[in-house]
Write a protein that binds this ligand. Structure first.
Ligand SMILES: [Zn+2]
Length: 356
C-alpha cells in the first residue's frame, strides 16, 4: 500500500506521525507505557483470527505536518471534554459538538489503521479520509455508565470486515463509560422528522446516490430503529447533506421543523439533542448533567452487551445497504460476497460473546 496522509489522503508533506489513539487518552486510562492490545485482526484469506499486540507508540500513521497541526485544537478540546466526562461533570451542547467531531476522527482513524494493519486485505479503496468525514453525516452517541473503578480503554467493532466495508458504528470504552457511536448519512433523519432517504444506489464510482423524501416534520422516537439497549443516554446531532448542492435539495430543508432542529441552517448543522424519558429534546446550551445515565451497569455485563450490540448494528446496516440496480453484475457480486462474509464474521463474534 502506498503511504498516504491519514487526514487528507495525499502523499504526506513534511511527514509527521499521527497517533490514532491520542497520547492524552492513553494517559487518562492507565500506565502510558503499557502495551495496548489492538487485536484480534480477522484474516479473510485464512478465515482466522490473528492476535497482534502493539505498543501504543506503534499505533501511529503518516500525516502531513500541516494536517496534523490543523486537528491539534480538536484534540485539546476533546481532552478537556473527556476529562470532565469521566469525572461525571456537567457538559454543554458545545462539548458534545467536540465529542462528536472527535469520535468521527477516531472512528475514521481506526478504520484507516486497521486497513493498514490488515494490509488492506478487504481491498477497500482507502479514498476516505479524516478531513472529509468530520461533521459530514448524521451522528449519535449512546452513553452507557458502568460501576467500574478500574481505568482502561477498549474498542469494539473495529477489527472486523463489516467495519472495513462500512465504518458506521463502534464502541469506545473510556474508564467507567462506554461511548457507542453511530454515524452515516441520514441515519437519524427519518424519525427526527427531517428529509430522509429510504432509497439509495451504489454507483460505479465511490459515492452512493441518495433519493430524498420530504420529512414528516415531527419527532417519532425511537430515532434509531435497530434494536439497542435503552439503559443509556442518547445524544443525537443531525447533519444535513451539502455535498449534492443546495439548489437541488434545498427546498426540502426549508421548513419550520428543519429550522427548529438547526443550529446553523445555512451550514446544515443540526442541534445537539438528548433523550429525556421517552422524548427527544434539545440538549442544554449551558453546562448540564443531563447527559449522565441514570442506570449503572455491572462492567462485565455492559462489555458483553455492547460488543454484541455493535456487531448486530453492523449487520443491521449492511442488510439495509444501497440498491445494486445501477451497478454492473460484477460489482454487485463482489459487494454481495463481501457482505456475506462480513456478516458471517460478525455472527461468529456474537456467538463468542454469548458463550462468555
Ligand atoms: Zn495531509
Amino acid at each position: 500500500m502506498n503511504k498516504f496522509c491519514i487526514f487528507c489522503g495525499k502523499k504526506p508533506r513534511n511527514k509527521n506521525n499521527e497517533h490514532v489513539i491520542p497520547k492524552w487518552l492513553i494517559e487518562l486510562t492507565g500506565d502510558p507505557n503499557r502495551v495496548v492490545y489492538f487485536g484480534p485482526i480477522f484474516n479473510e484469506k485464512t478465515m482466522s483470527l490473528e492476535t497482534r499486540e502493539f505498543a501504543f507508540d506503534q499505533f501511529q500513521f503518516p500525516s502531513c505536518e500541516s494536517c496534523n497541526h490543523k486537528y491539534s485544537e480538536l484534540e485539546i478540546n476533546a481532552k478537556s471534554t473527556i476529562q470532565r466526562l469521566i469525572n461525571n461533570e456537567a457538559l454543554s451542547s458545545a462539548d458534545f459538538m467536540i465529542l462528536f467531531d472527535w469520535l468521527d476522527k477516531v472512528r475514521v482513524g481506526l478504520w484507516l489503521a486497521y486497513n493498514y494493519l490488515s494490509k488492506n486485505i478487504s481491498e477497500v479503496d482507502p479514498n476516505y479520509h479524516i478531513a472529509n468525514r468530520i461533521g459530514n453525516s448524521d451522528r449519535a452517541i449512546f452513553i452507557y455508565k458502568s460501576d467500574s473503578v478500574q481505568s482502561g480503554i477498549n474498542f469494539a467493532g473495529v477489527n472486523v470486515p463489516a467495519f472495513q466495508y462500512y465504518p458506521i458504528c463502534f464502541n469506545l470504552r473510556i474508564n467507567q463509560y462506554c461511548l457507542f457511536n453511530l454515524s452515516t448519512d441520514f441515519v437519524i433523519s427519518k424519525h427526527l422528522g427531517l428529509p430522509y432517504s429510504d432509497e439509495s444506489y451504489y454507483t460505479d464510482g465511490q459515492s452512493i446516490k441518495y433519493v430524498l423524501t420530504e420529512g414528516k416534520n415531527r419527532i417519532l422516537p425511537p430515532i434509531v430503529r435497530a434494536a439497542y439497549d435503552k439503559k443509556c443516554t442518547e445524544i443525537y446531532q443531525p447533519i444535513f447533506p451539502h455535498y449534492e448542492g443546495k439548489e437541488r435539495i434545498g427546498h426540502l430543508y426549508n421548513t419550520d421543523h428543519v429550522r427548529s432542529l438547526s443550529q446553523d441552517h445555512e451550514k446544515g448543522v443540526g442541534k445537539i439533542l438528548v433523550s429525556e424519558k421517552n422524548k427527544i429534546v434539545e440538549y442544554p446550551l449551558m453546562e448540564s448533567k443531563a447527559w449522565i445515565p441514570k442506570n449503572v451497569w455491572k462492567m462485565p455485563d455492559l462489555m458483553r452487551m455492547i460488543a454484541k450490540q455493535v456487531f448486530e448494528f453492523q449487520i443491521y446496516y449492511l442488510n439495509r445497504g444501497p440498491s445494486y440496480a445501477e451497478v454492473s453484475a460484477e460489482k454487485k457480486n463482489l459487494i454481495k460476497e463481501q457482505y456475506f462474509l462480513a456478516k458471517k464474521v460478525n455472527k461468529l463474534f456474537i456467538k463468542i460473546a454469548d458463550e462468555e
